[in-house]
Design a protein around this ligand. Structure first.
Ligand code: SAM
Length: 327
């Protein structure tokens, strides 16, 4: 999809098309950097830490999904907004049998497929390399398309749906959020799990109110593009998020109570919600060696410098009041 570069035309384009094409273009044009390049990045440890959090959470919920299943039973996963396939190795380690990868950015989906093919070739050629699950790849706006209709087998039952660092894009509008939640819920087997990571809207609001507008540091910047006077809209509370070399596109605040209600409408019940800091405290012993291997250790404790990671308890009363007024 081509997006106009001049700003006023781009703004008009966004209004008429929604933000999907802007987001897709951003991720499609993002260059894949090699390890050496990534090591030099100022957000190297932050990214590794986020990746470690994902690994721990995926392991936890895959293990729960395996409980009671005999070895060799199918374990099917949907990686919604899979990007370039950064979680493929996690799925392989979790011994899943089938993976559906879906993302709006078609170039990312192609790169994800190439990575998957590499994994498959290695598993065929290297002794001791575990066999790889089967996979299918869908290039689609998950806030607008009914994914089930694009599955090779629309009657397939999923054990786990994962949406990492991406779900917030659907809070552009109620129909988009509904569609995304339906995609997450409708093929899950009874007892299956939907897991994800999103920026903490309360924390963002808090920082916005402390600074009275744009905030950030030399690595990240958040710029609101909606009227910040209460009541804030439940959907379309848009800000521009810039993170050095990785993200530069519109995102939306996720009003968590609304997400919970929407999820209930589609048969999902909230079982856990944790800030990264709390989750880190909970699983750090169990994940210590992985944390070291992933070179994530140095992000903690200077964690408070990390942009938009949820570590603030939900007791910011003034923020909650704004949120409640808009409910
Ligand atoms: N989940 C991957 C990970 O953890 O590495 C990628 C995360 S990246 C921050 C956000 C991803 O969400 C991008 O790949 C982007 O293309 C995808 N995305 C954003 N809006 C989307 C939409 N409406 N439908 C499908 N994918 C979307």
């Amino acid at each position: 999809t081509s997006v106009p570069s001049d700003l006023s035309t781009r703004a008009r384009h966004e209004e008429s098309q929604g933000h999907g094409s802007v987001v897709a273009t951003h991720y499609n044009t993002l260059e894949e950097r090699g390890l050496a390049e990534r090591c030099k990045s100022r957000i190297f440890y932050l990214r590794n830490f986020n990746n470690w959090i994902k690994s721990m959470m995926i392991n936890e919920y895959l293990s729960k999904s395996w409980q009671g299943k005999p070895r060799g039973a199918p374990m099917r996963v949907l990686d919604m907004c899979c990007g370039k396939g950064g979680d493929l190795l996690k799925w392989r380690r979790g011994n899943i049998t089938h993976l559906v990868c879906a993302d709006i950015a078609e170039v990312s989906v192609e790169q994800c497929q190439v990575r998957y093919n590499d994994l498959q070739n290695r598993s065929k050629n290297e002794r001791g390399f575990a066999p790889v699950f089967t996979a299918e790849f869908i290039s689609a706006d998950c806030t607008k398309v009914r994914l089930r209709e694009r599955y090779k087998d629309p009657s397939m039952e999923l054990d786990l749906v994962s949406c990492q660092f991406s779900f917030h894009y659907c809070f552009e509008s109620l129909p988009q959020a509904e569609n995304m939640v339906r995609n997450a819920a409708e093929c899950l087997r009874p007892g299956g799990y939907f897991i994800g990571t999103i920026p903490d809207a309360y924390e963002i609001m808090n920082r916005q109110q402390n600074t009275g507008g744009t905030f950030g540091n030399e690595i990240y910047k958040v710029e609101f593009q909606c009227d910040m006077k209460p009541p804030l809209p439940l959907f379309g509370a848009k800000y521009n998020f810039h993170l050095e070399g990785v993200v530069d596109c519109p995102e939306f605040l996720v009003h968590f109570p609304t997400l919970v209600k929407l999820a209930e409408k589609y048969g999902l019940q909230l079982i856990a919600k944790e800030h990264f800091g709390d989750y880190y405290q909970k699983v750090k012993e169990e994940g210590r060696s992985l944390l070291g291997k992933m070179q994530a250790l140095e992000t903690y404790p200077p964690f408070h410098e990390a942009p938009l990671l949820g570590h603030v308890p939900d007791d910011y009363e003034h923020v909650q009041q704004y949120m409640q007024k808009s409910t």
